[in-house]
Structure formats: C-alpha cells, structure tokens
Design a protein around this ligand. Structure first.
Ligand code: ADE
Length: 227
C-alpha cells in the first residue's frame, strides 16, 4: 500500500511514522509513506497557504491553488489512482469498519487541513472520502491522518508479528471489547492471575475469554452489542 499525506507539518507526521508497527511495516515493504508539504506549491514571497474568508468572519481559510497543485503533483508520482481522504470534523466518523475498508485500498491520499477549514472548491475539485476521527475539533488534520494510518497499516497482512493479534483484540471479529490479559508474575501486590488461565485447558480458557469479552462489552459499551 502507498500512503500519501499532504500536510503543512511533514516533520511532525514523519516522526510518528518512524516508530513501532508503522516503521516495521515500511521496513517489511508492506507500505510506503510519502509526505508532501503543500506550502511548497504556494506562490509569492510569503508562500501563504491561507487567506481571509469572503463574507468576513473569524479565522483563515486554506487556499485552492497550493492544494490543487500539490494533489495533482502527488497523484502523478504513481500510476495507481488514490482513494482520497479529507480530514475534517464534517466527515463520516472513523471506526474499525472504516479502517478495514481503507485497508483494502492500494493507495490512500490524505489531505490535512489547518485554520478554519478548506475553500469549498477543494471539496468540489476532487472526489473525497471526508473522514472525522471523532466528535471534537482538532487544530489540524495531522493527528487524524496518523490515527487512520495506524489503524489501517496494522490490518495489512504481515504488519503484526502474530496474525491472530488483529482479529483477537477489541473490535476484532465479533466487534466486542477485549478480554483481560495477564503475564508474569502470577501474583503481584496480592492480585492473582485467575487459576483457569494457568490450567492449560485451552477450550475452557477460550470460553472464559469469550464470556469476559461479552461481559465487558455489555458493561462498558452496550451500543456495540446492539445488532
Ligand atoms: N480536523 C479537525 N478536527 C478533526 C477531526 N475531528 N477529525 C479529522 N480531522 C479533523
């Protein structure tokens, strides 16, 4: 998979891509990351990427020219047409189902905004999948793009050491929360690992984990059990 991220802060984004699973997936050749600062396409001595809104009002608006030029240039860099993602609180809300959907794409292009928002013609000029990472307002799309990248890349077969891990965990196969985990020591400050987990009875353990998973989901996120 190829991931292009258009941002005014490529160094900040790059720092996150350079650690953990995201870095390992790149090293394994499962994904490549391409960062583009769309300020490089801004004209004039000040290279402004934003301007005051027509009609007045607070804040600044991301200009068309640098974004159109950057999107076009980045798209030309590879013949694979990208699935374009616009990070915005106005988008559909990201979740594990959307992550699975995006993980099927050969190429993602994500555009991160700043300031009050995008000139509306940026929306009109390209086909975007507008995505919000939650019902709150961030100061830019970068954290959203990184959240999406992380959730998607770990779903690429081979990205995680153990293939079972991504289907076992919360929101995995059944869409339930994860069961409790324990590791050594068997007793810590008076708190013990449940006997059953030490018993080696795999079928029983499996059953216990399913029950725990369901109970946790019922307690904490009953909305996930509906349907
Ligand atoms: N940009 C600002 N807020 C955002 C959000 N909640 N999701 C995605 N992009 C954003």
């Amino acid at each position: 998979m190829r991931i292009d991220i258009l941002t005014l802060f490529p160094e900040a984004v790059n720092a996150v891509l350079g650690e953990g699973i995201l870095r390992i997936a790149r090293e394994k050749g499962l994904v490549s990351y391409h960062l583009k600062n769309f300020r490089d396409h801004a004209k004039g001595v000040h290279q402004s990427v934003d301007d005051r809104p027509y009609g007045g009002g607070p804040g600044m608006v991301i200009k068309c020219e640098p974004v159109f030029a950057a999107v076009r240039e980045v798209e030309k860099a590879d013949p694979t047409p990208p699935h374009r993602v616009l990070l915005t609180p106005q988008g559909r809300v990201f979740n594990q189902k959307v992550a699975r959907e995006l993980a099927q794409k050969p190429r993602l292009l994500m555009l991160c905004g700043r300031y009050e928002g995008f000139d509306e013609r940026i929306r009109q000029g390209f086909a975007w999948d507008e995505i919000s990472i939650g019902d709150y307002v961030l100061s830019g799309g970068e954290l959203g793009a990184l959240v999406i990248t992380d959730a998607v890349v770990r779903l690429i077969p081979g990205a995680l050491g153990n293939e079972a891990s991504s289907s076992d965990e919360s929101f995995g196969q059944a869409g339930w929360l994860e069961y409790p985990h324990y590791t050594r020591p068997v007793e810590f400050e008076g708190m013990k690992v449940p006997q059953l987990l030490q018993s080696g009875h795999h079928a029983e353990i499996e059953k216990w984990r399913r029950e725990q998973s369901r109970e946790r989901t019922k307690q904490r996120r009953p909305d996930l059990l509906d349907g």
